[in-house]
Write a protein that binds this ligand. Sequence first.
Ligand code: GDP
Length: 453
Amino acid sequence: MAERTIAAISTPQGEGAIGVIRISGEDAVSVADRVFSAVSGKPLSSLSGYKAAYGTIHDGENLLDNAVALVYRAPKSYTGEDVVEISVHGGALMLKSVLRLILQNGAYPADRGEFTKRAFLNGKLDLTEAESIMGLISAQNESSLKMSRAALSGRVSKKVAEIEADLISAAAAIAAYSDYPDEDIEGLNEESFQKMLKNAADELKAMLTSYDAGKVLREGITTVIVGKPNVGKSTLMNLLSGEERSIVTEVAGTTRDIVEEMVALGDITLRLADTAGIHETDDTVESIGVNLAEKRIDTAQLVLAVFDGTKPLDNNDKRILQSVKGKNVIVIINKTDLESKIKASDFIGFKTVEISAKLGNGYPELCSAVAEISGTAHLDPDSAVLLSERQRLCAYKAYEGVTEALSALQSGCTMDAVGVCVDDALAALLELTGKRVTNEVSDEIFRKFCVGK
Ligand code: GDP
């Protein structure tokens, strides 16, 4: 059944030099011809793909705007269908009135993500590539942009396809063995079979690890700065903020407002929650400060625990150190521009960085320590990085299937049992790229897109 022709505004709502309305479907060109007249007098239906015409948008006699109409012919368009993109002046009211006219002339309003969904259904991109488009649009930093670009260029799909190909030959060999158990089946040498499964498990494991690091690069990491009064937390905060202070977001909490400040530290965005906790006054009773710190530590993905290097550790410092044990923590020994009274042996087992928050010394070392502890230090954003929780879950299911197949093989289970696990892994990979996916899953993915995408 032919899909109905859809239309939507594809540029942001607001004031801009131009705004674009996209029409896609079998009747895209004829719908556009009903509302657009080219100055050349030629209808859009006479144009081949990738040709543009300048003219006017009109509702009967009534002129709405000057416009450029760009024609794409199926399958060489974003959606794989005939597409017309009409550029008019970019006011919200203007765009709405032109869209209304297009809808009155035979197009239907597009659902969220419907253009990209059609591109997926028409084989123009797979699900990892479709999801990368969402990443490209929402990227807040250079690394996110790179990861999304890599995925859009097919890095993730290619990596998954390689693992998939190995598992398909494994499944085929197992099936052949089940049919002819007494014959030597090529490719079913146990050693090479194990090696292949092990290799697939390693590749999947690496992808899962890169997801976690990629997520930190994309979304930032919730961080708290803790330490007794006067150790230099505010000074550190100022050093981190520097010129880079970007956004202060106020998120309405259920019981009170939490203020989150975002600061860039190298490639990583630190989401400093509850910075109010940093700014105790000199007369804050130390133990109250420590109690506060303990509460905040539990809620963060990263703790920066600051100590004053000019004073030996006292009991409150030790309490703080005790409460950050086992957390993702960097111990910061501050005030290294003055004489040190702290011993390295005070911090055995902790990742430690020495800085002078006042002078900025040790800042690069702090950046490296944060990258190291967040797992981003060794992540190449141009590589195949999984971009969504859905992708991670599929990769994880595949990893589980492969490792179960390996242990079934090693513990002497039947080849049928090994085959079931390999099939599970394969199904998960096919779902990851969308080669085999239910409508519910793909609907769910495209619902997260905006209208017009
Ligand atoms: P907080 O109470 O932990 O937020 O500490 P502050 O940031 O307010 O710093 C307390 C005092 O230590 C201030 O007088 C700072 O100027 C000083 N201070 C902070 N960092 C350094 C540093 O790296 N070197 C030196 N010499 N003084 C520092």
